[in-house]
Write a protein that binds this ligand. Structure first.
Ligand code: AMP
Length: 470
């Protein structure tokens, strides 16, 4: 079972949505969360306001399981924020499902957070020593306590003051009875996009949330910006002096939906496909077919096939309905592993020299099982693994659930050793130079998972580390 090696609960891979100025704000937020389900499946919540009062509904489960007409009726008003929480790790308790809501001297405030704060433990301990009572094990709750304790008369100043005390990755949505407030950390690590609705505004982690509600993508919330949306209109305040941008490159590689535009209007699908083309330039091989590991490997495989001239086929079919509730039989057929999700198409693979394109190798377990499946069940003659990102050597401390460094196979093994482990006939990764060539303005990106160079300093020994896929 996946677990945290530390008591606190870290937010990772979450999706957030906020709406202002629409009579059905909660309904639109629900649709946005639905579109962002890939960013978190453990639990969801929506907080709404009718201008006088905040209403909160949250639960464990998928968006479609939690919200129905009855629940949405309990969320009236023209302002709402929502949050999807990630599923495979952390304590699955309702208290940790966001938005988190608090009452303090200036009224009520709710928060939805995507990203990880770093070195927050000492801040939390200090707050607890000063008498703060925490309701969750979430790092995001710290921001609420800091807001409550700030001395500023003005709520916006209080919020700015609070976020200036934390460090790490934060794309935040906050709301009071009257305001929707969006904040992005000075590095802009996680995406956060502003959209125009016919009536009002929408702010979401990715633009795929805009399409479902007919919103137009205006721009990103800028790194270091606090954007206040209320009856007076939109006000942008620069609350951090930007150091340098450090957008997360893994959003392009794996996280975001291909139909989204993130990080200064960049299409995820276009980048992924070009990563595949670049991979074909760097890692050519004689083969009969190119197949993707669905879904995340599909655009890169299309790019690889296009550039190499090798026909693209679907050689693995994904079952999209495998949920958290899947029960493995205890006795007879054990260790379903990847077989539950993926099944080979024998007719496509039989006696073929196959190039398999995936977006990344983390521990190597997925690739190992896939190669075995393609060869043994699919009947492929040769299996050549191609990865549309460089070797993953560093864990992410800013919001992606990578396992500890020791568990990242590429942190301690050479490509040839990994090839042997996954039993492929050949293995080829994209180079870091190739990645930089493909990503527009690549200097504005955090590539720590591939380079080991972290843009925000931290005491790594003290930092809690997430263990995934265990
Ligand atoms: P592994 O079996 O540990 O090597 O995992 C590699 C597989 O996990 C690849 O198919 C990736 O698409 C997928 N993957 C990469 N990063 C993540 C992540 N942060 N969360 C879930 N799956 C991931």
């Amino acid at each position: 079972m996946a677990k945290y090696s530390y008591f606190y609960d870290i937010h990772e891979k979450c999706g957030i949505v906020g709406v202002f100025g629409h009579p059905e704000a909660a309904n639109l937020t629900y649709l946005g969360l639905y579109a962002l389900q890939h960013r978190g499946q453990e639990g969801s919540g929506i907080c709404s306001s009718d201008g006088t009062k905040l209403y909160l509904e949250k639960s464990l489960g998928l968006v479609a399981e939690i919200f129905n007409e009855k629940v949405l009726e309990k969320l009236p008003g023209h302002i709402a924020i929502g949050h999807n929480r990630y599923s495979t790790a952390g304590s699955s308790t309702l208290e940790n499902v966001q938005p988190l809501l608090a009452t303090f001297s200036l009224g009520n405030i709710a928060i939805a957070h995507n990203g990880n704060l770093i070195e927050f433990e000492s801040l939390r301990e200090k707050l607890e020593r000063d008498g703060a009572i925490f309701q969750s094990t979430s790092d995001s709750e710290i921001i609420l306590h800091l807001i409550a304790r700030a001395r500023n008369e003005d709520i916006y100043e209080r919020v700015a003051n609070a976020v200036k005390q934390v460090k790490g990755a934060f794309s935040l949505l906050l709301m009071t009875e009257k305001d929707l407030i969006a904040i992005r950390d000075p590095y802009g690590i996680r995406p956060l996009c502003l959209g125009q609705l016919k009536e009002g505004y929408i702010i979401a982690s990715e633009t795929c949330a805009f399409d479902l509600v007919g919103a137009t993508y205006i721009r990103d919330i800028y790194p270091g910006e606090m954007l206040i949306v209320n009856e007076d209109g939109i006000k942008s305040i620069k609350i951090f002096n930007n150091t340098c941008k450090a957008y997360c490159v893994f959003e392009f590689i794996y996280f975001s939906r291909p139909d989204s535009y993130i990080f200064d209007h960049t299409c995820v699908n276009t980048v992924r496909k070009e990563l595949g083309r670049q991979l074909a330039r760097e890692q050519a091989i004689d083969a009969d077919i190119v197949i993707p590991v669905p879904d995340s490997g599909v655009p890169a495989a299309l790019g690889y096939a296009e550039k190499s001239g090798i026909p693209f086929e679907f050689g693995l079919i994904r079952n999209h309905y495998v949920g958290r509730t899947f029960i493995e039989p205890k006795q007879s057929i054990r260790h379903f592993g990847v077989k539950v999700k993926l099944n080979p198409v024998r007719d496509v693979l039989k006696n073929k020299r196959v190039v398999v394109v995936d977006d990344s190798i983390v521990r190597g377990t997925t690739s190992k099982k896939i190669v075995k499946m393609i060869r043994e069940i699919g009947g492929a003659k040769e299996v050549h693994m191609r990865i549309s990102s460089p070797p993953t050597i560093g864990p992410c401390f800013y919001g992606i659930d990578t396992p500890t460094r020791q568990e990242l196979i590429a942190s301690s093994h050479k490509v040839e050793e990994i090839r042997k482990y996954i039993t492929a006939d050949s293995l080829g990764y994209l180079s870091i130079e190739g990645l930089k060539k493909v990503i527009p303005n690549s200097n504005s990106y955090c590539m720590a998972c591939f380079t080991g160079k972290y843009p925000i300093e931290f005491e790594s020994k003290k930092y809690s580390q997430l263990e995934l896929f265990s």
